[in-house]
Design a protein around this ligand. Structure first.
Ligand code: GLU
Length: 449
């Protein structure tokens, strides 16, 4: 592990002591702290006023019981979370994840990342995250509705347009946001559009929000390549996952002339050298909520499904991990490097392990961390909030252009900051430092609160 600046060692030790067993949170905190050595050397006041100590401790953590009744009349009990991490720059903002792996450590790592990601967008949003260990897989629409209603029956008292604005993440899409918004509206008797983002287009949602995380990741890659005088056109791209982020990343790659040759889900991966047929993936994943293995059986000409295995063994120019945390290991990074990959950009949150990131840095690959590359989703959520606040709605082309400009700005801010702090070309350092300083300056301005 790279060393921490001596002033940051006690901060990290406190994170580990106060949050025992929450390994994903430790990992996310350590990754940011490792970048901040040059910042605290330059600004000892950040240490004196305990900005880091305060940043690593969420402003508020809520854990609640979510009881609901399944289709067989049996009572089920899940656990719900909302970690309101930092509101220096705006209301807490970040998604809800419904997945059996969710526990406090996952929610905290996501919430912590969200602070810096949201700061990097340049928009007025703080950081938070939530979710539940509820597993939507195999559940009927009616079961999902009852779960969402029960979840919101507790959550509603903690959120609000000016307080905390949840959205989707893994397992939470338009359907779940609809059920939760309906319940919030019913309980509060307020049509408060700005309390949730990722809403449907006919009831306060924004154009491009569905596509934004994936599109934004590819806009970011476009900028990374442009900085080296290269283009995505003609490149072979591997995209892990086949959820919202992966599907729309793949769509934008294809629009820009790249070829997506592999995608995956938790069961394995498909390789289609002629280019993945995205309409088929959308039908399998978004309409039928089925498995990616079906792709190979339904598309006969040359597609193959590999049960298990690692998608990162497929040779490519660009790798976009868009599935979940720690899905790309040191060994995976070694095969990408060996096979000549030139760019890796994280569409998911923290999909590359620290060993993988180190291997990319040593090999001199272009590597973009999720808090920069996947910020397009939350940035478009902030655009949705803007439209809600002004009771307006923008068209697709205008909103997509706003997203493209935001991603270019984030890219340039990362590169400029990395240069300023003596780490030219290092997007990890640039993202962490630029994200941090904006939050830190607001916290200093507010005094000890
Ligand atoms: N869950 C997304 C993320 O990881 C989006 C959050 C939002 O739109 O608030 O950034």
């Amino acid at each position: 592990m790279p060393a921490l600046h001596e002033k940051l060692i006690p901060v990290f030790d406190d994170v580990v002591r106060r949050n025992p067993g929450e390994i994903e949170f430790h990992q996310a905190a350590r990754e940011v702290l490792e970048s901040l050595g040059p910042v605290v050397a330059k600004h000892p006041d950040y240490i004196d006023s305990q900005i880091l100590g305060r940043l690593c401790e969420p402003e508020r953590q809520i854990i609640f019981r979510v009881p609901w009744t399944d289709d067989n009349g049996r009572v089920q009990v899940n656990r719900g979370f909302r970690v309101e991490f930092n509101s220096a720059l705006g209301p807490f903002k970040g998604g809800l994840r419904f997945h059996p792996s969710v526990y406090l450590g996952i929610v905290k790592f996501l919430g912590f990342e969200q602070i810096f990601k949201n700061s990097l967008t340049g928009l007025p949003i703080g950081g938070g995250k939530g979710g539940s260990d509820f597993d939507p897989k195999g559940r009927s629409d009616a079961e999902v509705m009852r779960f969402c209603q029960s979840f919101m029956t507790e959550l509603y008292r903690h959120i609000g347009e000016y307080t905390d604005v949840p959205a989707g993440d893994i397992g939470v899409g338009g359907r779940e946001i609809g059920f939760m918004f309906g319940q919030y509206k019913r309980i509060t008797n307020r049509y408060e559009s700005g309390v949730l983002t990722g809403k449907g287009l006919t009831w306060g949602g924004s154009q491009v929000r569905t596509e934004a995380t994936g599109y934004g990741t590819v806009f970011f890659v476009e900028q990374m390549l442009a900085a080296k005088g290269r283009k995505l056109d003609g490149m072979r791209v591997v995209v892990s996952g086949s959820g919202n982020v992966a599907i729309f990343a793949a769509e934008k790659v294809a629009q820009l002339g790249g070829t997506v040759i592999a995608m995956s889900d938790s069961g394995g991966y498909v390789v289609d050298e002629n280019g993945i047929d995205l309409n088929l993936v959308k039908d399998i994943k978004l309409n039928r909520r089925a498995r990616i293995a079906d792709y190979a059986t339904e598309r006969v000409d040359g597609a193959r499904f590999i049960d298990g295995g690692s998608i990162w063994d497929v040779p490519c120019d660009v790798a976009l991990p868009c599935a979940t945390q720690n899905e790309l290991t040191g060994a995976d990074a070694a095969s990408l490097i060996r096979n000549g990959c030139v760019v890796v950009a994280e569409g998911a949150n923290m999909p590359c392990t620290p060993e993988a990131v180190r291997a990319f840095e040593e090999a001199g690959l272009l590597f973009a961390p999720g808090k920069a590359a996947n910020a397009g989703g939350v940035a478009t959520s902030a655009l949705e909030m803007q439209q809600n606040a002004s009771r307006d709605s923008w068209n697709f082309a205008y909103t997509e252009e706003r997203l493209r400009i935001i991603m270019k700005d984030i890219h340039d801010r990362c590169l400029g900051t990395a240069e300023e702090y003596g780490a030219p070309g290092n997007y990890v350092a640039g993202a962490n430092i630029a994200g941090f300083t904006r939050v830190a300056d607001a916290m200093v301005a507010f005094g000890v609160v």
